[in-house]
Design a protein around this ligand. Structure first.
Ligand code: GSH
Length: 340
């Protein structure tokens, strides 16, 4: 049977989306893309019946994956004929997982956001601060960003220092001494790649190829590897929202037809009294918390929660989220949450 098509909903300057774009390129996996605006509203995502506000969103057939922390392992488990990017030893897998947590969960991303120069054109748009205030769950302003800059610079300098003096200290090309960039490199490089690519984000007197030669050379090597991988891969076809939605609605499931089971011993399942078919709301616990997706619970295990939702055309699709960083609650008709 033909493999279901992949569609990536993203926008070009999204550093999180690049994690998935790079993964697809380095692995040589063909996909289509549905390009999104840099802020809400995103009717193309809403068209799929999804309230989640973050980017990227990845569909594989009628299964739709939120969060790069779920998208990368899902892709890693697919396409057995293409060499995987992740390592196969438990120790190295531990390093990959810790790098993901370090960059995403320890606040590096939040500090990096505060370093964006406030004279960037999109930061001059007052709608940006309102939109990103909703994303962060707090009020944002250019003044607040400028105030937070000194601490953020210290935190980011510490992250550069860590990479320079530990993982890359012995002059290796890739974090796990692989021949090509691997998952560990993607997990770590994206925040450094992003910040060094935004003019004015990092002061040249503290951040340069002279101060952090190994980190800067690693970012450059990584970009070159991605550029040549992209040349080998067919350019992704760009679909508009309706084309993408129609393609998804007409696809087969990527995962098993019955969708899986709900772990009756899971503490959230016990506390909320959940079972297969219950209506639940899922939402992130860090950013974009106000955007809850409501659907019928299809599967829940230690790694993943899956719900079934209806697209605007009434077709069933399944939305998958990782358990880490997501809340699952019984849906009791709370006001303001998507109706089913
Ligand atoms: N943990 C999520 C975070 C995604 C995220 O924060 N994405 C940013 C873009 S880089 C975002 O959605 N920003 C707000 C927006 O674009 O609406 C993931 O790994 O996918």
């Amino acid at each position: 049977m033909a493999r279901p098509e992949i569609v990536l909903y993203h926008y070009g300057i999204s550093p999180f989306a690049r994690r998935t774009v790079w993964y697809l390129a380095l692995r040589g996996i063909p996909y289509s893309q549905c390009l999104q605006p840099g802020m809400l509203p995103r009717p193309d995502v809403a068209r799929l019946g999804i309230s989640y506000r973050r980017i990227p969103v990845l569909s594989i057939g009628k299964d739709i994956y939120l969060d790069t922390r779920l998208q990368l392992p899902k892709l890693e488990a697919m396409y057995p004929e293409l060499p995987r990017l992740g390592s196969s030893t438990p120790e190295q897998q531990g390093i990959e997982r810790l790098l993901s947590a370090y960059i995403i969960d320890s606040g590096i991303f939040q500090h990096a956001v505060k370093l964006l120069p406030t004279d960037l054109p999109f930061l001059k748009d007052p709608r940006y601060f309102k939109d990103r205030g909703d994303f962060m769950g707090t009020e944002l302003s250019a003044e607040g960003m400028n105030k937070a800059r000194p601490e953020a610079l210290g935190e980011i300098a510490a992250a550069f220092e860590l990479m320079e003096t530990t993982f890359l200290a012995d002059g290796r090309e890739w974090i796990l001494k692989t021949e090509r960039p691997g998952l560990a490199d993607i997990e770590a490089v994206w925040a450094f790649h992003w910040l060094t690519g935004v003019p004015g984000a990092l002061p040249a007197e503290r951040f340069s190829a002279e101060k952090f030669p190994r980190v800067y050379a690693w970012i450059k090597r990584f970009q070159e590897a991605v550029t040549s991988a992209k040349k080998r891969l067919e350019k992704p076809k760009t679909l508009n929202g309706e084309e993408a939605a129609k393609m998804i609605e007409g696809s087969s499931w990527n995962e098993e037809e019955e969708g899986g089971t709900v772990d009756g011993d899971d503490p959230v399942v016990v506390a909320e009294g959940l079972g297969k078919g219950c209506l639940v709301a899922i939402s992130p616990t860090d950013t974009g918390r106000a955007h809850k997706d409501v659907g019928k619970l299809v599967r829940l295990d230690k790694d993943e929660v899956v719900i079934e939702v209806k697209t605007a055309e009434g077709e069933s699709v399944r939305v998958h989220a990782p358990r880490h960083g997501y809340k699952v609650r019984r849906f009791d008709g709370e006001k303001g949450v998507a109706k089913l």
